[in-house]
Design a protein around this ligand. Structure first.
Ligand SMILES: Cc1cc2nc3c(=O)[nH]c(=O)nc-3n(C[C@H](O)[C@H](O)[C@H](O)COP(=O)(O)OP(=O)(O)OC[C@H]3O[C@@H](n4cnc5c(N)ncnc54)[C@H](O)[C@@H]3O)c2cc1C
Length: 396
């Protein structure tokens, strides 16, 4: 039976407008940071509708949608200022459990991702093991029915508010370095786990160090085979960069361009001077269009099960680059006064008059400028992505 994609889009649009609470949509529309409470509230609404996991098969509670429907879902939700799906559970570890997990693991962990009651974080990177992830040294030794974990993770996004961590641990030092790694699912309230915040220049708290001191994990929390965690890790990283994952980001950038153009028009002759910034915006817009074309191509490749080649790496790099350029333009536009106000810790809370609202909007731009500095590092650095592209295209 052929799918009525246009009708599907209309149904999603009506739902997004009526079901997503206005206060959550306002946060997304303003480009502010979405809190765990907001993500969870939206996830519960989606789940109640049966749309909690657009990328999962029906037998584990997903929608069973095809790739085109998933893309339309992401587009419509982003166009209507609904939060993107919280990726660590739904997009990362969920699909790994579906692919490699036991039926007990599926029954235990997937429903709690679907209804938003578990909030996951990713324990991959360690001090000294980021780009060269396979060199990681956090260890797990087997004692009876438990794994005992010792070591440290770093740059762990949202660990301070997560209830679960999926983590790579070394279970053997004898094998080739990729082969001695296993994937463990660990409750964050287990004795011996310490989370320490890493303060970043954007002023938001999202990154952490996580320490493991004789942490005891039930043996049946290991996913897949012992020593084969690298296969799970790669499966996860490959999915992280597939087209649906980038739609919300792309829409956000398109919105940012619109907002900057709107500001430029409104501010003609006013306190902001945008002259000289328009052509930079146009170049960003051209790149966003370019990524859209590439995503359409990659989606077509996925539908027809053709290899994606370097497309995910190029999309990731370009999105990170444009996000940085856009927020740099915004920083130029809001000017040094706004930056000083931000650094003086301006109050950006609700109930603002017109001038305060403008200042709050400036502060959001500045925070986003600071935040996007990390975009060329998080999820695999741009330099490493360029290596991937060079290796693939030049056979280096
Ligand atoms: C905002 C943010 C969120 C993150 N969230 C998480 C998370 O939730 N969980 C998690 O596990 N990790 C997370 N990370 C960590 C991230 O995955 C790593 O920072 C990243 O993989 C780079 O590793 P590294 O920091 O060890 O830098 P390194 O690998 O030490 O790199 C240092 C520099 O050397 C360059 N370099 C390294 N190798 C090569 C090479 N072969 N060729 C050319 N240049 C090279 C890099 O590009 C970089 O410029 C996050 C990072 C950030 C910034």
């Amino acid at each position: 039976m052929s799918i009525d994609y246009a009708g599907f889009r209309r149904e999603l649009e009506a739902f997004a407008r009526s079901a997503c609470p206005p206060e959550i949509r306002a946060v997304v529309a303003a480009g502010q940071k979405i809190t765990k409470r907001e993500y969870q509230a939206w996830q519960k609404i989606l789940n109640a509708k049966g749309w909690g996991a657009p990328g999962w098969p029906q037998e584990v509670g997903g929608t069973g949608w095809d790739i085109r429907q998933r893309l339309i879902f992401e587009e419509v939700m982003a166009e209507n200022d609904c939060p993107p799906l919280y990726h660590h559970g739904l997009g990362h570890i969920g699909p790994v459990i579906i692919r490699f997990g036991t039926s007990e693991q599926k029954a235990r962990f997937l429903p709690r991702i679907l209804d938003g009651s578990d909030w996951w974080c990713q324990g991959y990177s360690e001090p000294g093991s980021g780009s060269d992830l396979a060199s990681l040294s956090t260890s797990a030794r087997r004692e009876g029915d438990e794994w005992v974990v010792n070591g440290q993770k770093i740059w762990t996004s949202h660990a301070h508010e997560a209830s679960m961590i999926y983590m790579l641990v070394r279970t053997s030092k004898e094998a080739k370095k990729q082969e001695g790694i296993s994937l463990l699912l660990v409750p964050m309230d287990t004795r011996g786990i310490t989370v320490r915040p890493i303060r970043t220049i954007d002023g938001w708290h999202h990154l952490n160090e996580v320490f493991f001191d004789e942490v005891r994990v039930p043996a049946d929390h290991l996913v897949g085979e012992v020593g084969k965690g690298w296969t799970c890790a790669k499966y996860l990283l490959e999915r992280e960069r597939l087209p649906p994952a980038n739609v919300a980001r792309l829409e956000l950038m398109r919105r940012q361009i619109d907002r900057l153009v709107e500001d430029a028009t409104r501010a003609a002759g006013a306190r902001r001077d945008f002259s000289g910034l328009h052509h930079k915006l146009l170049l960003c817009e051209a790149d966003v269009q370019g990524v859209r074309v590439m995503m359409a191509q990659a989606t077509d490749d996925l539908i027809h099960q053709r290899p994606l080649g370097v497309q995910p790496s190029v999309i990731k790099m370009t999105c990170a680059d444009v996000a940085q350029r856009l927020t740099t333009i915004a920083l130029d536009a809001v000017g040094p006064d706004a930056a000083h106000r931000f650094l003086a810790d301006v109050d950006v809370d609700a109930d603002l008059d017109a001038q305060e609202a403008e200042e709050a909007s400036d502060a959001t731009w500045i925070q986003n400028y600071m935040f996007t500095r990390a975009r060329t590092i998080a999820g695999g650095t741009s330099e490493v992505q360029r290596n991937v592209v060079a290796n693939e295209l030049l056979g280096a």
